[in-house]
Design a protein around this ligand. Sequence first.
Ligand SMILES: [Fe+2]
Length: 486
Amino acid sequence: MKLIPVEMLRPGMIIARNVYNAKYTMIAKGTSLNSEYIKFIQSSGYINIYIWDGNYMDVDVTNTIDDQLFEAAVTAVANLDLEAIQELAVKIVDIIEDEKNINVDFRDSKSINDYNSHHSVCVAIYSVIIGRAMGVPTKGLYKLCEAGLCIDLGKQYISNDIINKPGRLTKEEFHIMKEHARMSFDILNENDEVSSLVKKCVLCHHENVDGTGYPLGIEGDEQHIFIRILHVVDAYNAMISQRPYKKPFTPNNAFEYLIGGKNFLFDSKVVDAMISVLMAYPMGIDVELSDGSKGVVVGGSGNALRPVVKIENIEEPVNMRTDEKYQDVNIVKSGALLEDYSDGKVERLNEISKKDIRTKQRIMIIDDTPMSMAQTKTAIGDAYEYICFENGLQCIDFLSKNSEDVPDLLIMDAVMPTIDGVTVAKKIRKNGFSKLPIVFLSSTRDREIVMACREINKVDYILKPANAIYLKERVDCILGNLRLNL
Ligand SMILES: [Fe+2]
């Protein structure tokens, strides 16, 4: 069995797993493809499909959660059927609890059109696996699974024109999207059979551990561990999915983002548990390694990014986590990387977003170290214009003379020699720029400084040296050019 991008499908290939939409099996496994089927699959927005391949007969990708159960959960969520959701949560947990070798990957089954109905089912399943790895008892897992299935129930009351809008959302649209957490909570709140823990998890699944999330802005210790698990998984599944307004993150980049956001957006223990139990690269997918060799993923290793790979011309599969010869070798490409196969489709989606940005947004950077300034600009890229200052006084002076010409975002170091970042931010706020988003980029973890930054209403605090992927995606999110946390 092999997972290939839909652009590589050819007549005569045999489908190895059912292809289905939100409710029905559209093409059963074992079907020999003809041009009509291929056209259907390609036009329905699927990214990858499993086919039989004689060279990889022993790659078994039977999902721990079978199609029937997955589809039943999708239907229960779509119908807002809380009784069925509770029953299915128990079934899903019991299956995962009984299974030693868990294999869950639904990337081949998700078409771009079915994202909303599949997303919460994927979140529920991944959350249970992580919860189990973190020692959550079975009864707790039932609640965690139920909460995962319910996180986005409220989205059914939001227009698809907003949910699937290919470009930037307006402020009002952002507000409506963020309301979905409360709307999901309200649906559950009417039902006495749903526990208060499940209701709280659903309400808070977009809370960041540093208190910058929504809708309540609660912090790490105030968040039940289930909330922290759901938040990480929700972000992960959103990142690896293709949406009308964004291409999927590569598995590597999705994990880089989670790692970069540890202790600020995401709970670090949850991220670590996730890396140890999930597979970033699905079984049966082609990979290219940094030493130039090519192979196919044939198993997990306990590290999502370093799977077991059957490499061409090497008999025994290589465990990239434990094999000493491969410690300096990484996966540089995989079949899921759409850049290779997208046929321009994703680029077209991104073009729509770009057109929507009429003029380049401007970012002001204050950093006393030229090297660090250059690294920040390089990481964020040339989609933005920059105004750069070496100290905060220049920034205060600029804003006082250009009050009509305020940048869209300010990024600055928290600790600087002439005037520190917190003082600069306080002066800026005092001078009337209360809405200018401020991101602190600093190498200090000093709690007092972090807290002081928080009090002046910063939008983020990123540790230096910044993870380039995390920094870029965070800036894109803050400026409304990327939707990840909705
Ligand atoms: Fe959500």
